[in-house]
Design a binder for this molecule. Structure first.
Ligand code: PMT
Length: 401
């Protein structure tokens, strides 16, 4: 059976160049049995005509809050209740900002406020507008409210820039809709994820840490939740909002991450170690702030090894979860990743080349190759959300294999 058969999708189009792709998107959704009601903002009509969207959707387009004729046929509240899914594509920076502020100053934003249906947002804008802190904070707000953020993709943009901000292609959005309505591959499963850096204290005011922002691990937590899993996220110190429906445990040092993971590991079906855990910590933590001395220009800190969290989980003899590690490499990626896969007894490892600018530590995008005993799969540069969805889908497949 088609997963979209009979599903009612309210497609909200705002004014970006990617709006032209909505005719194709609508056709593909309808081909798969969905009913599509198009709602357009004023600016969207500058990029694609309501007549085109009416022709491909087979329904009159709604575009005004204050149109008595439209209100008489299907009023905006009725429209908001009609949808099984509200899909906003393309969602411009302006639409996202208005939604984040809770505004209802046109039909589309009013519907967003009035619906209790799930909402998926497919951002599309110039890469610099996407990277702007205001946009990032607005997207994080929508995510925190439980909206699904689908994309954006990275690549060449209509304006000539290169970077994240491209709307997902119509078929990718159709696949997201199918995934959304289809069987959730991780339904009934629980996933434990580590994310972010650890901090290894030197004295009460200093520590050793690294550049992990937590974005990759938090994206994995969100993707796993969206694919049906119950997720526990053990996070080092990061400034990210917890994804909707995720249980978060905050930790600081590698030892506290280890303790929390070991307390929880056997209660979960899958463990993903995405955190950048410090391999070593200062042997002693000075009780008072260490003072600068005049008698030497050098200072020596003796470091001792931290417990290896992912290897300890993989060693469990009872109730061992399917264990996935990460490998942050700067050279010989496949060799080092495969060595870690074998040495730490992992089921799968996700290797990223962190020497390449624009991916890995503290970036919005990543490129990953996943390795398991007798196979591998590469994911080219894309937003961490997209990479995370692909990783989670692959884990779900490997779990069955
Ligand atoms: O957080 P972001 O800014 O989004 O960046 C994402 C990332 C680059 C941190 C992420 O994609 C990543 O690569 N995480 C693993 C970083 C790392 O520590 O790699 P590693 O090769 O040193 O460690 C190998 C594996 O062992 C990892 O799964 C790590 O979590 C785990 N490990 C390492 C040491 C230790 N004591 N315990 C561990 O569990």
């Amino acid at each position: 059976m088609q997963t979209l058969a009979g599903k009612k999708i309210l497609l909200g189009i705002s004014g970006g160049i990617a709006a032209y792709k909505c005719a194709e998107l609508t056709r593909r959704l309808i081909e798969r049995g969905a009913e599509v009601q198009v709602v357009m903002t004023k600016a969207a009509k500058e990029f694609i005509t309501p007549l085109t969207m009416q022709a491909v959707s087979g329904r009159p387009v709604s575009d005004s809050l204050l149109d008595p004729a439209a209100e008489a046929s299907m009023g905006h509240i009725e429209l908001a209740k009609w949808a099984d899914l509200v899909l906003l594509a393309p969602a411009t920076a302006d639409l996202i900002a208005r939604m984040s502020a809770g505004m209802g100053n046109d039909l589309l934003t009013t519907l967003v406020l009035a619906t209790d249906s799930p909402i998926a947002v497919s951002p599309a804008m110039n890469q610099q507008m996407y990277r702007n802190l205001a946009t990032q904070e607005n997207i994080a707000t929508l995510e925190r409210r439980g909206m699904h953020i689908w994309g954006p993709a990275a690549g060449e943009q209509a304006c000539g820039d290169v970077g994240p901000g491209r709307m997902l292609e119509p078929m990718q959005l159709v696949e997201r809709c199918e995934q959304f309505f289809g069987d959730k591959p991780l339904q009934g499963k629980s996933v434990l994820i580590t994310a972010g850096p650890t901090r290894e204290a030197i004295d009460p005011v200093r520590y050793i840490s690294n550049h992990s922002s937590g974005k990759m691990g938090f994206s994995l937590a969100q993707a796993a939740t969206q694919l049906g899993a119950k997720v526990t996220l053990v996070s080092g110190p990061v400034s990210l909002a917890t994804p909707a429906d995720v249980e978060r445990i905050n930790v600081d040092s590698a030892q506290s991450m280890f303790d929390n993971v070991m307390d929880n590991a056997t209660k979960h079906d899958i463990f993903i170690a995405c955190a950048a855990v410090a391999d070593y910590r200062p042997q002693t933590i000075a009780e008072q702030k260490i003072k600068k001395t005049d008698d030497s220009d050098q200072m020596t800190i003796t470091m001792v090894k931290n417990p290896d969290i992912v290897a300890s989980v993989a060693k469990l003899s009872e109730s061992r979860p399917f264990t996935v590690g990460f490998a942050a490499e700067t050279q010989d990626v496949e060799h080092y990743a495969r060595t870690k896969l074998a040495k730490k007894n992992l089921d799968m490892i996700c290797a990223n080349d962190v020497s390449v600018e624009g991916q890995g530590f503290n970036s919005d995008d990543n490129a990953i190759t996943m390795y398991w005993k007798d196979g591998k799969q590469s994911l080219t540069l894309a937003s961490k959300q997209q990479i995370a969805s692909q990783i989670i889908l692959t884990i779900a497949e490997r779990l069955e294999a």
